[in-house]
Ligand binder design. Structure first.
Ligand SMILES: [Zn+2]
Length: 109
């Protein structure tokens, strides 16, 4: 696993802000902006069903699938899929946190 802590190319800041943009008929986009110099740092395009907002729960997940037209599964399967995705996300995040601590233990953040 490779981990990169994103940094502003203009001022070197690691203090960044994610701006989620939703437009009908388009995949959700995230613009990453530097909180210190307001420059654009990066843009991500979220794949259909790829957005997980922690603590927003199943209904939020369903809405995100409906926006992208990916809701062709039965309700039971969707709940299972959501739970698997949530579990996988939290497991992966725990690994990322551990790797972050190892990799960035000497830095200021
Ligand atoms: Zn900056």
């Amino acid at each position: 696993m490779e981990i990169h802590r994103q940094t502003c190319q203009s001022c070197g800041s690691k203090s960044l802000r994610n701006i989620l943009v939703r437009e009908p008929g388009k995949n959700d986009r995230v613009f990453v902006e530097c909180r210190d110099c307001d420059e654009l740092v990066a843009r991500y395009i979220i794949s259909p069903g790829g957005y997980y907002h922690h603590k927003k729960g199943y209904e939020s997940y369903l809405r995100s699938l409906m926006r992208t037209g990916e809701e062709q599964m039965s309700g039971k399967n969707l709940i299972k899929q959501f739970k698997n995705m949530q579990e996988e996300c939290l497991e992966r995040y725990a690994k990322v946190k551990a790797a972050m601590e190892e990799q960035y233990q000497d830095s200021d953040e």
